[in-house]
Design a protein around this ligand. Sequence first.
Ligand code: NAD
Length: 357
Amino acid sequence: MTFYSVLVVGMGKRGMHHATAFNANPRFKVTGICDIDTKRLDDAAAKLGNPEKGTDAAALAKAIKPDIFCFCTMPHLRTPFIEAAINGGAKLIAFEKPVALTSAELLTIRKLMQQAGVKAVVSHQHRYGKHYQKVKEIVASGALGRVHTVYGSATGWMTHMLSHLIDYTCWFNDYTPPTWVMAQASGGTKFSDNHPSPDYIGGFVQFANGVRGTYECGAGAPDQPEVAKWWGKNRIGAQGTEGFAEVLTNGGWRALTKSGGYQAGEGAMNYDLDMPPYIQEMADWLDGKQPHQCNFEHAYLGAELMLAMQRSAAQGGQVSLPLTSGADEQSLLKAKLQGQKVLVSNAQNATEFGLTS
Ligand SMILES: NC(=O)c1ccc[n+]([C@@H]2O[C@H](COP(=O)([O-])OP(=O)(O)OC[C@H]3O[C@@H](n4cnc5c(N)ncnc54)[C@H](O)[C@@H]3O)[C@@H](O)[C@H]2O)c1
């Protein structure tokens, strides 16, 4: 059987998840790995069958010409790796959320990939969890009646979590495009994090099919007492005229519908279970079968929405979508929130945001 060759850049937590899952699937082989940390690189090579190694992703891609260029680095690094992938002749680029920190970069990388005609996927892989699948199945079955609202909340901060919340609600709403967004944000301490974020952001979204989206992320978001793991306190769901269905990232799923009564089940986010199907769909797409569920155009809709929320929070008023020009929402929001103190929703959020003293 032929396999697709893969270069994985960034040998941290997510890079190792990706590389291990690629090598565990006979349709792929990791032929190159890259990190600027040479100790990490050597340790990873030993676990991954000693592929080619390098500290310069662009040079390594040119040398080994992988079918797939996968990068799992911090959110501020996007355009240089998209260029490296294209210059190395990759057929598919796989990268981590968030898609981009600014709409200026979002528009740039989309243009680069469109011009090159390269496929791309973004890792919103929680969706493969059985509890996420169950909620999608209930929403798609029509059991909620007319779906009028989708919603997501997470106590974890924006640049880590909002992309996930938005992507899964857009999935529940069949990736219908949003038409406008209005949002507010508060607190600037997490702008110094490697996932720079306002401490709290919340907003409303109008989708083209009339569905309302509501999102909140960060220190002001509510606790989900049913969930023990703080990063898993995410509640993502849909409401309709005949019921609701929602998933808790580390606390299963529940639904109440006119036809089915109350139902609930188990489920917790698990990389070992979520990565294999995410990886397999790349082979399916490259083989000419159906597009990957986490394809870039889906992720782009969510990224646009997430950046429009930030723009609205920084500048006030509603922001119309699609975005037609780029901006640096990080700088706009950071300047707006400097010195502002967030009001937390519970003691654990205060601890997690370092606001206890
Ligand atoms: N999808 C998910 O569920 C999920 C979960 C956690 C993290 N993430 C995302 O994954 C990304 C990576 O997170 P992580 O936790 O794996 O980070 P990490 O810090 O564990 O790993 C990042 C690695 O990138 C390397 N690196 C930095 N600059 C580089 C460069 N120029 N060239 C090559 N390597 C370079 C670092 O040395 C490090 O080894 C982030 O965007 C994060 O938001 C996604």
